[in-house]
Design a protein around this ligand. Structure first.
Ligand SMILES: [Zn+2]
Length: 221
């Protein structure tokens, strides 16, 4: 028995698609976004190949976490298995954003990981090193499996080889924060390497201290 479909989740995914395009994290109809209602065991995902600015809530497609179609007439994003796999592998998350941002994709195309001891914000927001998955064709189960393997249990993001990035979060704002920090840190890393330099790593002790600080002391009650 499928859970109850909720309008607010369709609205969240639709408006987040506009937010993704307007933020410059992706262009045209690429990238995809999903949100998971843990209470009902349902996920909401953007449709395949449609303009984010003209989507309506009815264009958002709903599935359960076993992959059964629940609601929506549109063909879902070709990366449905990637999003569903993330929600199943990381039960603490409810939002997944797949983007094609320039600097993150520079590293994905080199097959290189992004370290988090490069910058304070990376250490605070990314959870663990942003590993680059092995190359797999878009829209395949192999790509979903490679991404889930790369993100592991510690990181909030991974790179898809020669393709883009995947970012997850406890909620949509957290996933966007991860996507934004990843792209900023990728640009910093690229600039360091482009000038023939290497960065001075933050100590493991200080990275751990910042991660603890974010969990317990940052922000408001
Ligand atoms: Zn893509």
């Amino acid at each position: 028995m499928a859970g109850k479909v909720k309008a607010e989740y369709k609205e969240l995914v639709r408006t987040s698609g506009v937010r993704m395009i307007d933020s410059g994290l992706t262009v045209a109809t690429w990238g995809n976004i999903s949100a998971c209602d843990r209470e009902e065991g349902l996920m909401y995902i953007t449709p395949s190949g449609m303009n984010y600015h003209t989507l309506t809530n009815d264009d958002i497609v709903v599935f359960d976490l076993e992959g059964n179609h629940v609601e929506g007439d549109r063909r879902p994003s070709i990366e449905l298995q990637l999003h569903r796999g993330m929600f199943n592998a990381r039960p603490e998350t409810t939002a997944c954003i797949h983007t094609h941002p320039i600097f993150s994709t520079v590293f994905s195309s080199m097959g290189r990981d992004i370290p988090i001891d490069l910058h304070d914000e990376a250490a605070q927001a990314l959870g663990g090193p942003v590993r680059c998955a092995t190359y797999q064709l878009p829209g395949t189960q192999d790509l979903a499996d490679a991404a889930i393997d790369a993100i592991g249990k510690d990181s909030n993001a991974c790179l898809l080889r020669s393709h883009g990035a995947v970012c997850i979060g406890a909620d949509m704002d957290s996933a966007f924060k991860v996507a934004t920090v990843l792209e900023m840190v990728s640009e910093i890393y690229w600039r360091i390497l482009a000038t023939g330099n290497e960065y001075q790593p933050i100590s493991a002790e200080n990275v751990a201290a910042m991660q603890e600080f974010v969990k317990t002391k940052y922000g408001q009650y």
